[in-house]
Design a protein. Structure first.
Length: 396
């Protein structure tokens, strides 16, 4: 009897220490360090703005062309003409404006895509860290349950060998011990799998100790979400591309001409300059440009509406889950306190009969489970906050 009471006291001490023990691998690694390592590890092969097989000119709208012509006279005293021309398609003012806008948009898109990639990797890191922490915490409580049950089993075996107890209590404890070992093996496997996932992502074997993120403040703002920003920038680029190929951006044509007149009486060389300037003041575009703009606009707004709705629903779902977890945490901590009081009462009421012994064993296991549930629910609250920041487009 005294041994059982001592084991109960050990249980309470172990549970108290579990509430304050760190569940992460000792490391000074931060969440930002983890994401930076993941970005560096998976940075190979990502092209930049300058990595393109196409090069543009700041003033030529297309390739220059050379024209050669020869006109021979069929008269004895006629004049033969030889003409050489160099044709230069020069970008119009509107064309240069759209080129400048496209280059600026390309830089903005590259920077925003870097933010999108950072957010994506942040989501993977968050998932791996919180899943590992939850599995590891469950495993810690399973280890404490196993330690207690092993002590009870040793005590029951001694009583059974002394013929002071039946096999029933011993088999009951062995069954609970086996179930606890099965659970521990599962949680250890999950924790190891998530740690391997984290190592594959970052190339780092140690995990950050502090994975709790700062609480959110202010109203929800989706305008800076990388996915929405990329969509908006893509639409602006598409508008600029359509405008750059419309009639308003038709290039000027500058022709440098050299002509030779060959006559039996004289030879003459002529040189000239011709400029062809489109009258863009009439603002006339092709029907294809108009149709392209309409289709691109429809596709953009449809995609934007769907994306913004998905982000809003995800945020509302996480907000509801957060409120549920907070309410549940209060009830779980109250339940764990009551369980602790019941365990103390069971000490004083337990007799030597087999039924009372079974109640005692199950009460000990139930007390551990109640505390484990409260600890896991608290971790899920932190996980919910991390996923909420992910949904709002906030990287680590």
């Amino acid at each position: 009897m005294a041994t059982i009471f001592r084991l109960g006291a050990v249980l309470l001490t172990m549970l108290a220490s579990a509430a304050t023990a760190s569940s992460g691998t000792l490391s000074h690694l931060t969440l930002a360090d983890a994401v930076a390592a993941a970005e560096q590890r998976h940075a190979g092969g990502i092209p930049s703005v300058g990595d393109t097989p196409y090069q543009s000119s700041s003033w030529l709208a297309a390739l220059p062309s050379v024209g050669i012509s020869y006109l021979g006279s069929d008269e004895n005293e006629g004049t033969d003409e030889t003409e050489l021309s160099l044709n230069l398609p020069i970008k119009s003012v509107a064309g240069r404006k759209y080129d400048k806008e496209l280059r600026l948009l390309a830089e903005q898109i590259e920077a925003t895509d870097g933010q999108r990639r950072q957010l994506y990797l942040s989501g993977l890191v968050r998932e791996a860290l919180w899943s590992h922490r939850i599995a590891q915490t469950r495993g810690q409580y399973s280890e404490k349950k196993i330690a207690l049950l092993e002590g009870l089993l040793e005590r029951q075996q001694s009583l059974f060998e002394a013929r002071s107890a039946s096999r029933y209590s011993m088999l009951l404890i062995r069954q609970e011990l086996t179930d606890a070992r099965i659970g521990l093996q599962t949680f250890q496997w999950e924790a190891e799998a998530w740690q391997r996932r984290f190592q594959d992502l970052t190339g780092i074997s140690s995990l950050p100790v502090n994975i709790t993120e700062a609480a959110l403040s202010g109203e929800t703002d989706y305008s800076q979400h990388p996915q929405l920003r990329l969509l908006d920038l893509g639409w602006r680029r598409q508008q600029a591309v359509i405008a750059a190929t419309s009639g308003n951006s038709t290039p000027w044509t500058v022709a440098l001409t050299a002509k030779q007149l060959d006559n039996p009486q004289f030879d003459e060389n002529q040189y000239g300059l011709a400029v062809d300037i489109p009258l863009s003041v009439f603002d006339i575009s092709s029907e294809s440009s108009r149709a392209d703009w309409q289709e691109a606009s429809r596709s953009y707004w449809q995609t934007r509406d769907e994306l913004q709705m998905a982000l809003m629903l995800r945020r509302e779902s996480l907000a509801g889950e957060a409120a549920h977890l907070l309410r549940q945490q209060v009830l779980m901590e109250e339940s764990a306190t009551i369980s602790e009081q019941l365990l103390a009462e069971t000490h004083s009421l337990m007799g030597e009969n087999e039924l009372a012994r079974e109640i005692w064993v199950r009460r000990i296991i139930n007390d551990i489970d109640k505390r484990a549930d409260a600890a896991i629910n608290k971790l899920r609250t932190g996980q919910n906050l991390a996923m909420t920041r992910q949904a709002l487009g906030i990287p680590l």
